[in-house]
Ligand binder design. Structure first.
Ligand code: AKB
Length: 318
């Protein structure tokens, strides 16, 4: 990874990955792109930025060639809840953008590295819910999940057929303080921190007892960088590795916050759409393959992540 083009760079993952890669590779070697223009996002603005609609193949190819990149990190996509509201558009954007990204990588030539995230959403309700294996049945019942499974297969295809060095992870819910996520089912685990500090209360749209995998953003960014730098000979899997750092239900994250903010109270106003999505996903996936094949080791558990989120957001609100 020497010169990287990132799509969806203004999103929750993109902003933090852009900042990290600019530190690792130098400002001029990270081309941040998004369909929107940066609006008060200094991490992305302090360097090369271009507007790019990933559905425009010619513009995508032109940009990758113009900057002579050797790696594409394709993050532009709709998340689960938004995709369920607009399934046809979700298919068009998630699959069209991915296909264009892979075609750009193929045109650039053999050995180009390509990353596009999959998700725990790639599993469906018939997968084992606990310690869900890396390799098992994958029959998602959401449009987002359907695009993730199809995307994993497509990335394998481009690797096997054209030699594109595709790599990916199945991300759990990602928790961060810099840029808020939008349109996801796991977003409650970020919203809760904002509301705990602003109002000392939170109304959860996910029901009590619903377990989902989660991870603090620093671990997610490390995971992308470590996987992209991993020795290809060690990778028995590629698209995509299970990774997770913790699994909790709403009442457990609420309890962790209450231990630090005793006045905090949580109530429930369950959204049937997002609850249905959450129930179709695993409770806790098994990430042993990622540990064995590229030494994945997250460092934030629920307690450390809660301390960090509250401390960082308090500073942000000052
Ligand atoms: C979502 O909730 O849609 C995402 C995901 C788990 O992929 N955070």
């Amino acid at each position: 990874m020497k010169k990287v083009l990132i799509t969806g760079a203004l999103g929750q993952i993109g902003s933090e990955l852009t900042e990290r890669l600019r530190r690792d590779l130098g400002n001029e070697n990270v081309i941040a792109t998004d369909i929107r223009k940066p609006d008060n996002n200094p991490t992305v603005e302090n360097g090369q930025f271009e507007t790019l609609d990933v559905q425009d193949f010619a513009a995508f190819l032109d940009m990758a060639k113009r900057y002579d990149v050797d790696t594409i990190i394709h993050l532009a996509a709709l998340l689960s809840a938004t995709a369920e509201q607009r399934p046809a558009f979700a298919w068009q954007l998630n699959m069209g953008g991915l296909m264009n990204g892979l075609e750009v990588a193929r045109e650039l030539g053999e050995g180009i590295k390509f990353f596009a995230p999959s998700s725990i959403a790639a599993y469906g309700p018939d997968a084992e819910p606990d310690t869900t294996p890396q390799d098992t049945v994958m029959h998602p019942t959401t449009m987002y999940g359907v695009t993730k499974v199809a995307g994993e297969l497509l990335e394998n295809y481009y690797h096997d057929k054209y030699g594109v060095d595709t790599r990916s992870v199945r991300f759990p819910g990602l928790i961060s303080y810099k840029v808020e996520p939008g349109g996801g089912t796991t977003d409650y685990a970020v919203d809760i921190f904002y509301e705990a500090l602003r109002n000392k209360s939170y109304k959860s749209f996910i029901a009590e007892g619903t377990y989902m995998d989660m991870m603090y953003m620093d671990d997610a960014i490390d995971a992308i960088v470590d996987l992209m730098n991993a020795d290809s000979d060690r990778l028995l899997h590629r698209n995509a590795f299970n990774i997770t750092a913790m699994s909790f239900a709403p009442e457990e994250i609420a309890a962790a916050i209450k231990r630090r903010i005793p006045e905090f109270e949580m109530t429930y106003d369950v959204d049937p759409v997002r609850q249905g999505i959450a129930e179709s996903w695993p409770n806790a996936i098994d990430c042993q393959c990622a540990r064995d094949e590229w030494d994945f080791t997250p460092s934030y558990d629920l307690e450390r992540m809660t301390d960090e989120m509250l401390m960082r957001l308090e500073k942000k609100f000052e």
